[in-house]
Design a protein around this ligand. Sequence first.
Ligand SMILES: Nc1ncnc2c1ncn2[C@@H]1O[C@H](COP(=O)(O)OP(=O)(O)O)[C@@H](O)[C@H]1O
Ligand SMILES: O=P(O)(O)OC[C@H](O)CO
Length: 495
Amino acid sequence: MNRHILAIDQGTTSSRAIVFDGKMRAVATGQKEFPQHYPDSGWVEHDPEDIWKSVIATVRAALRKAGLKGGDIAALGITNQRETVIVWERDTGRPIHNAIVWQDRRTAPLCENLKKAGLEKTFSQKTGLLLDPYFSGTKIAWILDRVKGARKRAEKGELLAGTIDSFLIWRLTGGRSHVTDATNASRTLVYNIEKNVWDDALLEILGIPRAMLPEVKDSADDFGVTEKKLFGAEIPILGVAGDQQAAVIGQACFEPGMLKATYGTGCFAVLNTGETLVRSKNRLLTTIAYRLGGKTTYALEGSIFVAGAAVQWLRDGLKVIGKAADSGALAAKADPTQHLYLVPAFVGLGAPYWDAEARGAVYGLTRNSGPAEFARATLESVAYQTRDLLDAMRKDWKGGADATVLRVDGGMVASDWTMQCVADMLDAPVDRPTVLETTALGAAWLAGSRAGVWPKAAQFAKGWSLDRRFKPQMDEAERRRRLKGWHDAVRRTLS
Ligand SMILES: Nc1ncnc2c1ncn2[C@@H]1O[C@H](COP(=O)(O)OP(=O)(O)O)[C@@H](O)[C@H]1O
Ligand SMILES: O=P(O)(O)OC[C@H](O)CO
């Protein structure tokens, strides 16, 4: 029996395709970066054709490296950068505008107007989100407003909208499936997470015709089959989830109270709250962790926009390191008597502050501050922000389980220095697993379990194994002093 599973991980800066064998081991990977476009201040776009080409190329590369053909793959799982949206023509599959990326701030004025009209509560009550440009709904509205004739065409049913998973599935199936899963839908600002339906009232407020939107399925479901001409055989698409939710699955955080944080471009901490839809009183998001067998599992999420991106800034902007992996060693050389704080609000601040207009700042500079102190302040900012998220979660979560052990993944967790700093700031253990491709693994598990070739959740969870546990080593007085310095710096940075 065919047990290989293919996962596509379509991320913000690159696309990856990974082939897993029947024992859930990654056996071959294809990866391709694609260009980022910044047409205006605070705007971030991707060319959908770049995304499409990179996905096809990486799948073919992964199959080639694995020595397999499309027909050897039992099922395909897709995970994707969330919130990023595309509007395309039903007839041709051609986008009418570049993808507007999750980091893009162009709809901040629209969000402000909606807030002034007193609508934030309506949106957050139904969607679990906040009126921030981060989410898809206002981005779709922007495209319909700005591309000539778009709204009329959408009303006539000529245009379709969707997150990256939807767009890829439309193309992969040759225009036969316009679908998404509940986790991706839960990031759009127009999906009612309690009733599990697109919300007509919210669609009306944003002027988005219902007919543009995909059918919303479980995260493990029948999403269609790929066209034979693409990979030599029809491959069933059986799993879909937004990348942060796929990481929750890949980290086997299936029990309420289990918590993971993924450190890539940004950092996203997600706490499984089970069947309970917890409404945050501390500016966290309520979101869908996964929907399986028609049953919705909810989560609380804290989203930080800049984590690894600040390390890229050390490398490409300040040019104080040659590669990201050098950041820890440089930080370790910093003068311990200097107290520098970097607030990396390069694109505003996410949870729990939600300030779209704030911009980055550094505090505590002296004549002796140099590259090492900047590197330390940059890595520490990731730990301070994680602490802010966990403080908010601990206040919101009364579910019983501790929510104190943090499972981590993403490119930045390669940095031992940073992970130790996170453990010190949280005053809680930080667990790094042996498998770091948790996002792709989560998507593969959705597809593999649906196909019946991979084990069910409980058995899959037993396969999670620890690489290293980082235990807090800092004394309480020192932690308090530093956190106070961080909060002073944030207060002075808010717009
Ligand atoms: N050893 C390291 N130390 C610190 N940061 C790192 C290290 N390795 C990678 N990073 C950071 O991790 C990020 C890449 O992680 P990845 O999970 O691939 O991100 P994404 O999926 O968002 O593209 C980059 O921003 C990079 O700066
Ligand atoms: O592509 P990543 O890993 O940067 O993740 C982006 C998130 O899904 C944004 O919400």
